[in-house]
Design a protein around this ligand. Structure first.
Ligand code: ATP
Ligand code: MG
Length: 256
């Protein structure tokens, strides 16, 4: 199962949610690959890997695709282990930004799908973190994935952003990946006491959009775990928000 976490709106929790769902998946004994397609490299960093070190990254995988890499390597050569059992990363790199035009010009949007297909035997689950744009990388992710989830930050502008997002994704789906499923909208930075989030969630439901039952509250523990570079399920397994993440993971996996 390959899931992409996407919302073209910035700062809604894509990296936080993709990393922590991948970590929860790994904690449950599934061999899990986190693919970081955002040149910012926040998920990579969160997992304890430096995006500026000398190690291999997803950018090298793409460079190979456009022939900038002299000695061809199998896709597994670009995957790196983390300090956490069962959690592996295909790390981001700042050069993804300059590579984008080249990849786009050469119509390489299907290469990620091929790469992940070649890794299918090695991993039980794949989570893909995307940049806050409907660009080459997020399109490649949506083509490569079986399903997508949309983090939603309970902001008024986010509702309009979701309409635009769905228009874009539905068009891409009908052109390139008819099997792609919208699994659900993930309510992040939820404040159960405030009125606005409840109103916005109702609005999403009125549009017949699937809203995940398990919501993720706002907590400083998230930022703390970012700065320690230890995903929340490993950093504070008994914290309420780790339990919410675990519930969300179970809901997505459809297990009790
Ligand atoms: N549940 C949460 N509680 C507290 N802070 C959170 C939570 N989720 C995300 N944040 C914070 O919100 C900010 C944005 O989160 P994150 O980087 O995951 O979003 P993003 O959608 O990946 O952003 P970008 O669009 O820049 O890639 C970060 O500072 C993060 O620590
Ligand atoms: Mg991010």
């Amino acid at each position: 199962m390959k899931r992409v976490v996407f919302n073209q709106k910035g700062g809604v929790g894509k990296s936080t949610i993709s990393t922590n769902l991948a970590a929860e998946s790994a904690r449950n004994g599934l061999r899990t690959l986190l693919v970081d397609l955002d040149a910012q490299g926040n998920s990579t960093h969160y997992c304890g890997i430096d995006i500026n070190d000398d190690g291999v990254t997803v950018a090298d995988m793409f460079k190979q695709v456009v022939g900038w890499f002299s000695k061809p390597q199998p896709p597994s050569a670009f995957v790196r282990p983390t300090a956490f059992d069962n959690l592996y990363v295909l790390p981001a790199h700042p050069s993804l930004t300059e590579l984008e035009r080249e990849l786009e010009t050469r119509y390489k949007m299907f290469k990620l799908k091929e790469t992940l297909q070649a890794l299918e035997e090695d991993f039980d689950r794949v989570y893909i973190d995307t940049p806050p744009n409907f660009n080459f990388y997020s399109k490649a992710a949506l083509i490569a994935a079986d399903s997508f989830v949309i983090p939603f930050d309970c902001d008024d502008f986010s509702v309009q952003a979701i309409d635009r997002l769905l228009d874009n994704v539905l068009e891409l789906r009908s052109d390139h990946n008819p099997e792609l499923q919208l699994e659900g909208i993930i309510i992040n930075q939820f404040n159960p006491q405030a009125k606005l989030p409840a109103t916005l969630i109702d609005l999403l439901k009125e549009k017949s959009l699937p809203v995940m039952e398990s919501k993720i509250n706002s907590t400083v523990k998230v930022k703390e775990s970012h700065s320690k570079r230890v995903p929340l399920p490993f950093y504070a397994p008994s914290h309420k928000v780790s339990q919410q993440l675990a519930a969300l993971w179970k809901e997505l996996e459809d297990v009790d």
